[in-house]
Structure formats: C-alpha cells, structure tokens
Design a binder for this molecule. Structure first.
Ligand SMILES: *Cc1c(COP(=O)(O)O)cnc(C)c1O
Length: 457
C-alpha cells in the first residue's frame, strides 16, 4: 500500500479546496486490471497509450501507487470559478418525506456545462495544452461532456472536435449550439469523415449512432492528425482521479460539521461522479478506518453492474480502443430507443468494477418512470431541476429515507446531484405525457451481447 497517507486536511487550501486529487488505487489491495492492447492482449505500455492520450494523463492512468497527486495551480484557478461546489442539507425534502433521516446532496450543476464533467475536462485540456498540442477529439452522447470539454478547450485556446451521437445531435440542437458558442466543431456520428464511420454507415444504413461508435471515430481522428489526442470524460482511472475533488470537498464539509454519513449514493454511467464522490470514503474503508454503505444506481435498461459480467471488453464499437476489465453488457449493447434517462454506456469504470467485485460498493437498478417521479418531487421541494442521470441517485436517496421512516432510524444519507436538466425537457415531456415506458432487457437479449465478448485463450 502507498506510503503517503497524509490526511487530506493538509491538502485544503485557503479557499477550502483540495490541493491534491486523491488516487484511491493507492489504497486498493486488489488493483484495477490494466488496459490491454486489443491486438496482443498484453498490458498497454505508456508508449502505446501515449499515441492516443496526453503524456501526463498516461502517467496518471498507470499510477496505482501515489495516493495524492497535486492539482496544478492553473487548474485550481479554473476550479475557483465554480468550486467548492455546494453541499446542501435537503431540509425540505426531509420534511416532505417526513423522514428521520438526514439528507445531504453535493451539487455539481453549478457551472454552464451543467454537470461534474468540467472537473476532468479542465484537467485534460490543461495537460494537452502543456504538451503543446493543437487540439483534442472526443465523443459526446447527451452532450454534457462535449459542453464541458468545449468550455475547457476554449479557456486554454485548444481546438476541440466533438463527435456527437447522431440521435442526440438531432434531438438536442441546443446542446450542440452551446458547444459551438465555445468554438468547438460538432459532427454527427457515425459520419462519413472517418473510415470507421463510413464502415458503420455502410453496415447499418440509417443508424442513429451510439457512444461506442462515436468513440471509435474520435480516436481515429486523433491518431491520424498530428498534434491531436483523444480525451474521454468517464470510465478511465485518470477521470476518477480528477473527480475525487467532489469527494474531498464533501468529506471536508461533513467533517467540519462533525457529520459522518451512513449511506453514500451516486448514479453510475461510466462511474466518474460516483468514483469521485466515494473515493476518499472508500479509501477509509480500504484502510480499515471507517465503514459506509456505498450504493451505485443504474438504469434498469442499461444494468452494467447488476446484470453485466466482470470481464475484459472493448470500450468502443470499432474495437480500436484498449480492452478494459470491467462490469460490462458487451460493447455492442445499446439501450432501447425509449430510454431517456442517460447513463447509457455499456461498461463501468475498472476502479469501481474492482471495488464492486470486492464488496466495497453495492448496486441497484431503477426504472425510468420511477426516476422521473423522484426528479419531480425533488424539484418541487428543493428547487433545483435535476438532470435525469442525477435523478437515479435521488430515487434511491428517497427510497432509503422512506425506509428510515419505517424503521425510525436516523441515518445520514449523502448523494451526488451531478447536474441540471434544462436540456432534457423532451424526456420530462414524455414523462408528463405518459408516453415514457420502462423497458427492461430480457436475459436472452443480454446474453446475445455477452456472447460477443472478446475471448482469451
Ligand atoms: C455524464 C453524466 C453522468 C454519468 O456519468 P458518470 O461518469 O457515471 O458520472 C451523470 N450525471 C450527469 C449530469 C452527467 O452529465
């Protein structure tokens, strides 16, 4: 285990923000499995990863030893514009539910991108700039990551090429325009600009795209254009590291008030907000200092943790990215068309996957109409219009608080409110009009995708 177990308190600066990110891998006995080269099935070397990612980010990706990694001053200067983010006691929700539980939420929607993704976007843009790159490429689904990265690239004067899943590009024109405000180019994916896009378009005429497919296009453009690298907004170890700022601030604020949470809840798409929120708490568990109930919440229509398998899989449809060992539904899995609540990635962060496999975190899946019910209850009493993704965590926080009402337990619940839902009004509209349905994939359907997982001899 790592040597530098300096208490995080030393790492708070005068603005009550951490000076260093916390790397939970340092305290994990079972490290997350390494990324593998898709051709040789050997662990990816720093040199190989350097062809796709920025140098310092590769170092962070591979660093399983250092518990703290200092946050560069330039990044802290940017964080200062919207951090520390508020940790709010949900008094009105508690009152509405008539629960003896105490509910807190960490609100990450307090910036123009509307989500926690900016925490990693600014770090990734900073290291790209420092390396002297011209620009970066990426994919975006619903658009929060693309927006966050556009803001970050604009701040550092980097070019930003975003491949946006075609269905979102068409259904969410306002997200696209926000990205263009910050100077990014936005291409609907699959496009005809890349070889993989042409191939996917030929094989699946009229396809509306998927995240896995947009990732393949973005990687191809980064690899083919000198001075460009690819960046990813979730799943990777480096992203969980950057997002630890959420957990460190939460822990600092709770400690200041002498509050120890019993239950910590976060929604889980690729795992970045949950990983960041729980990192310092999981660190305490791993070191045997404290115990918490950590709950990952995922959509019943995209249940990577609760119904996936822990195996090496491709991160993208085009199979150009390294293989990651993770809880996965299979890289071809695409949630049903009526799924509106985000969190649609087929895999889960290797760090969280290992923590889940080792029993440090639990997972539950929830149906989307129940998620929107919770979203609306929350908006009506607490004021904030939550993102559908975030509302998965709200759903389970409410369920846990109602359980406390039955048992009379005064538990303290903390959940991550990852963002706002202003660009998700089509989904809210479906909910109001009663056209939203709950589609849960059958075992046979899931098996079809699972059977296509890469095989090792
Ligand atoms: C992207 C996003 C998520 C899910 O991504 P994770 O990597 O699992 O955190 C959750 N909430 C919001 C608002 C998002 O934009």
């Amino acid at each position: 285990m790592a040597e530098n177990k300096i208490p995080y308190k030393i790492y708070l600066d005068e603005n009550e923000m951490p000076n260093a990110w916390y790397n939970v891998r340092a305290d994990m006995k079972n490290k997350p499995a390494p990324l593998l080269n898709p051709g040789t099935h050997q662990p990816m070397t720093a040199e190989e990863l350097g062809g796709v990612f920025c140098g310092e980010l590769v170092a962070q990706e591979l660093d399983n030893e250092n518990a703290y990694i200092e946050i560069p001053q330039e990044i802290k200067d940017f964080y200062k514009m919207y951090r520390p983010s508020p940790l709010v006691r949900a008094y009105y929700l508690e009152k509405y539910l008539q629960t003896p539980a105490k509910i807190y939420y960490k609100f990450e929607g307090n910036n123009t991108s509307g989500s926690h993704k900016l925490n990693s976007a600014i770090a990734q843009a900073y290291y790209a700039k420092k390396q002297g790159l011209k620009g970066v490429t990426t994919e975006t689904g619903a658009g929060q990551w693309g927006t966050a990265l556009s803001m970050a690239c604009s701040y550092f004067g980097l070019d930003c090429k975003v491949f946006m899943v075609k269905v979102s590009y068409e259904q969410k024109p306002f997200r696209r325009e926000v990205m263009r405000v910050y100077g990014s180019s936005v291409t609907p994916s699959p496009s005809m600009e890349t070889e993989i896009g042409q191939k996917i378009n030929a094989e699946h005429p009229g396809t509306t795209g998927s995240l896995g497919c947009a990732i393949s296009e973005a990687v191809e453009v980064a690899v083919k254009n000198p001075g460009y690298r690819y960046v990813l907004g979730s799943v990777l170890n480096q992203v969980i590291l950057h997002q630890s700022v959420i957990g460190l601030e939460t822990k600092a604020a709770l400690d200041k008030y002498g509050v120890k949470p019993d239950i910590i809840i976060g929604c889980a798409g690729g795992g970045s907000n949950l990983g960041g929120l729980v990192s310092p708490f999981a660190g305490e568990m791993l070191r045997g200092e404290a115990d918490y109930e950590i709950i990952a919440v995922e959509p019943a229509s995209c249940p990577s943790f609760t119904r996936g398998v822990y195996a090496y899989d491709f991160c993208d449809t085009g199979m150009v990215c390294p293989l990651a060992k993770m809880y996965t539904l299979g890289s071809d899995f695409i949630p049903s068309a009526n799924h509106a609540g985000g969190l649609r990635y087929h895999g889960m962060s290797p760090i969280l996957s290992q923590l889940y496999d080792d029993g440090y975190i639990k997972a539950v899946s929830v149906e989307q109409t129940k998620v929107f019910e919770a979203a609306e209850q929350f908006a009506r009493v607490e004021g904030i219009l939550p993102a559908p993704e975030s509302s998965h965590a709200i759903r389970v926080a409410i369920d846990q608080a109602l359980k406390c009402k039955e048992t009379g337990e005064e538990k303290t619940i903390v959940f991550g409110l990852t963002g706002t839902g202003y660009f998700d009004m089509v989904a809210y509209e479906q909910f109001h009009d009663g056209t939203m349905t709950d589609y849960i994939p059958t075992d046979e359907e899931l098996k079809k995708f699972r059977d296509k997982l890469p095989k090792f001899d």
